[in-house]
Design a binder for this molecule. Structure first.
Ligand code: KG4
Ligand code: ZN
Length: 398
């Protein structure tokens, strides 16, 4: 089955084309092509993502990205599209609020032949609603033009299944796992979410813990801003922290500026990162001259504090729920220290299969949406929903 995926929930406009095969017990995914435009440079000046700007950029970039994807993938073409007044009116109706996208669509897409794809997977939520709508309306218009079904995908399910995008890594990195075994436990850490999810079977999710305030990625971004670093802060903090560890291999980051490990002793699986950010704020306020070395030490202590809480709570959940598989996913999993600490922790559980996405699959992308789409399509064993009823769901949960 060939799936085109569209992801526009935040600041990445991403498309992917995959070929998915096999039963869910042993699925095979071949990435035929990807095309992604990151809006980071555009949002940088605002220190965060500005929703209406994100929407405008998605609308501007979707058609060029699709053209690029078609050019770069050798997809067999189907028959020529029958273009008539009725189809045109319907597409004008679907893209009524995205004038620029409509113009591009009518100019470039309708002249093409119908590509041989079987479904379109699109992120329906959670995320920024104006941004989500652009991707959804684009999916609806393509679905109407090509007469293919749309599979609405939960972005967080995308982060979970991002681990199937390529190699599956076991704790020792020796043999390769081929499938997810249930029950599974997933820790999802991104700019908008921090949650521990029990997965009893495909598409059966139970959130057992979540952040009570800021998401961990959000905390990385806010702490970066306090240290005068650009958006997104995660990679910047990570760089400083690594540099601290390299320069002072024997130093403890907590020596001069200790930070709390929020809720580490709470008797549940919830998280809180707002206090950690505030602690950094108070720390920086007390320092008259925030030198590069001090910034490095604070970044390292912050990264250690956040990682310790994440690892501790995940370990506790493994001990209580005895999952067969641990998955970690979300943009923050691009962090090297977090990757290393989780890899270390899972060694204590030799029976546990550990799945971690490749670094480029951890941050938002459309490959993960295509895989989650296949899994949803397959496990529901039903036709995809009628695309016209599809809506953006900013607060969609798993
Ligand atoms: O999943 P994602 O790409 O977008 C959302 O769905 O939110 O996650 C983005 C978040 C941002 O907060 C970013 O700072 C963080 O992931 N992030 C990192 C790293 N790379 C991205 N955090 C820590 N270390 C990194 N290397
Ligand atoms: Zn994400």
């Amino acid at each position: 089955m060939i799936i085109l995926a569209i992801e526009t929930s935040c600041d990445e406009t991403a498309l992917a084309l995959i070929e998915a095969k096999g039963e869910l017990e042993n699925p095979e995914f071949k990435i035929l092509g990807t095309s992604l435009f990151s809006q980071i440079k555009i949002h940088e000046q605002y220190g965060g993502v500005f929703p209406m700007l994100a929407k405008r950029e998605h609308a501007k970039n979707l058609v060029p990205l699709l053209k690029k994807l078609w050019e770069e993938t050798e997809l067999p073409k189907g028959e020529k599209i029958e273009w008539n007044e009725e189809t045109k009116q319907e597409i004008e109706k679907i893209l009524d609020r995205e004038k620029e996208l409509l113009e591009d669509f009518l100019k470039h897409i309708v002249q093409d032949e119908r590509p041989k794809i079987d479904a379109i997977a699109v992120t329906e939520g959670p995320g920024l609603e104006p941004a989500l709508w652009v991707g959804i309306n684009f999916a609806k218009a393509l679905s109407h033009l090509w007469n293919v079904p749309v599979i609405p995908v939960n972005h967080m399910a995308g982060h979970i299944y991002s681990v199937l995008a390529h190699d599956k890594i076991n704790p020792n990195g020796t043999s390769q796992e081929t499938s997810l075994k249930f029950p599974a436990l997933a820790l999802l850490i991104s700019g908008g979410h921090t949650e521990l999810v029990l997965i009893n079977n495909w598409e059966e999710y139970k959130v057992i813990g979540a952040t009570r305030d800021d998401a961990v990625g959000e905390a990385f971004d806010k702490v970066a801003r306090l240290l005068g670093l650009p958006y997104p802060g995660g990679p910047q903090i990570s760089k400083l922290a690594e540099s601290f560890r390299a320069s002072f291999p024997n130093a403890r980051s907590s020596e001069s500026f200790p930070l709390p490990r929020p809720m580490i002793d709470s008797n549940d699986y919830d998280f809180s990162f707002a206090g950690l950010k505030t602690a950094v704020l108070y720390t920086t306020k007390k320092i008259p001259d925030l030198t590069e070395d001090i910034k490095k030490q604070i970044a390292c202590e912050f990264e250690n504090a956040a990682t310790e809480v994440l690892v501790f709570k995940t370990k506790k959940a493994i001990e209580e729920f005895l999952p067969k598989t641990l998955i970690i996913g979300g943009g923050v999993v691009a962090n090297n220290h977090i990757r290393a600490e989780f890899s270390k922790m899972v060694k204590e559980f030799p029976e546990l299969s550990f799945f971690i996405p490749e670094t480029n699959m951890a941050t938002d992308n459309a490959v993960m949406i295509s895989i989650a789409g296949y899994i949803k399509y397959f496990s529901n064993k039903k036709e995809a929903e009628s695309s016209l009823s599809l809506r953006a769901k900013g607060n969609l949960s798993l």
